[in-house]
Design a protein around this ligand. Structure first.
Ligand code: DGL
Length: 266
């Protein structure tokens, strides 16, 4: 089985591409909606959540873990790999490399959470791949909450996005990188705001291909019954509604509770 986690619904933008790559894999998806958003939290706190969630998913039978959250990847990916050396991890990193390859204006924008920009992962990606291209980071406070609430196409979400993206357009970006897994759910609005001259990059398809490569190396991870089970630390009914709204495959949805730094099935 393949374990996937995020602070909330964001990782579902990755899950849908993983499903397309691995139709028969059994998936376990953990949404830490008791703690969403992760973005404004200290990296050490997010790291502790990520470790507990990983332990939980491994206990449920996961053999490969996808950290379908840029914030948790920035805070914890290195630590998780060191702490669970037997387990392969696939993480998210801002897609600066393809952006730098595709830009013609030499200016690209990256939308992500404050924690993602603070992590050393972002700086190392810029150092390795920007290659002379100007990378403009932009945080989007409140956007994750809008997406969790299903406000994907509302005037207030559009106004928020314009406030962040229009200044980037004024600086001549022609590529916009989505550095948070929640943001692909507002791609239609972003494309409307950016117009046809700007390419919006969702890294999920590339991450799903990488996941399929890793899964292929582990016996039986890709070969199951094509089921998904969801584990939710917050409101289960809300999450079921979100699945429906976002058009994501149905599956058993189970409540999980935090007690201290441990997770238990409710
Ligand atoms: N979806 C997450 C990310 O990719 C987390 C966002 C949040 O909880 O703030 O960064």
């Amino acid at each position: 089985m393949l374990g996937i986690f995020d602070s909330g619904v964001g990782g579902l933008s990755v899950l849908r591409h993983i499903r397309a790559q691995l139709p028969r894999a059994d998936l376990l998806y953990f949404a830490d909606t008791a703690h969403v958003p992760y973005g404004p939290r200290p990296l050490a706190e997010v790291r502790a959540f990520a470790e507990a969630i990983t332990r939980f998913l491994l206990a449920q039978g996961a053999r490969v873990i996808v950290v379908a959250c840029n914030t948790a990847s920035a805070a914890a990916l290195k630590y998780l790999r060191a702490t669970f050396p037997e387990t392969p991890f696939v993480g998210m990193e801002p897609a600066v490399k393809p952006a730098a390859e595709q830009t013609r204006t030499g200016v690209v924008g990256v939308l992500a959470t404050p924690a993602t920009f603070q992590g050393e992962l972002f700086n190392s990606v810029v150092e390795r791949f920007a290659n002379g291209v100007t990378v403009l980071p932009q945080v989007c406070p409140g956007l994750v909450q809008q997406i969790e609430a299903g406000r994907l196409d509302t005037p207030d979400t559009e106004a928020m996005l314009r406030g962040w993206v229009e200044p980037l357009l004024a600086q001549n970006i022609d590529v916009l990188v989505l550095g948070c897994t929640h943001y692909p759910f507002v791609i239609p609005l972003l494309e409307k705001i950016c117009g046809p001259g700007v390419r919006v990059i969702d890294p999920a398809p590339a991450v799903a291909r990488q996941t399929a490569r890793v899964a292929a190396e582990r016996l039986r991870v890709a070969e199951g019954e094509g089921r998904v089970a969801y584990f939710i630390s917050g409101d289960v009914i809300e999450f079921e509604r979100a699945l429906e709204r976002l058009g994501i495959e149905r599956g058993e949805v189970r409540a999980v509770t935090w007690s201290g730094t441990m997770l238990h099935l409710a």
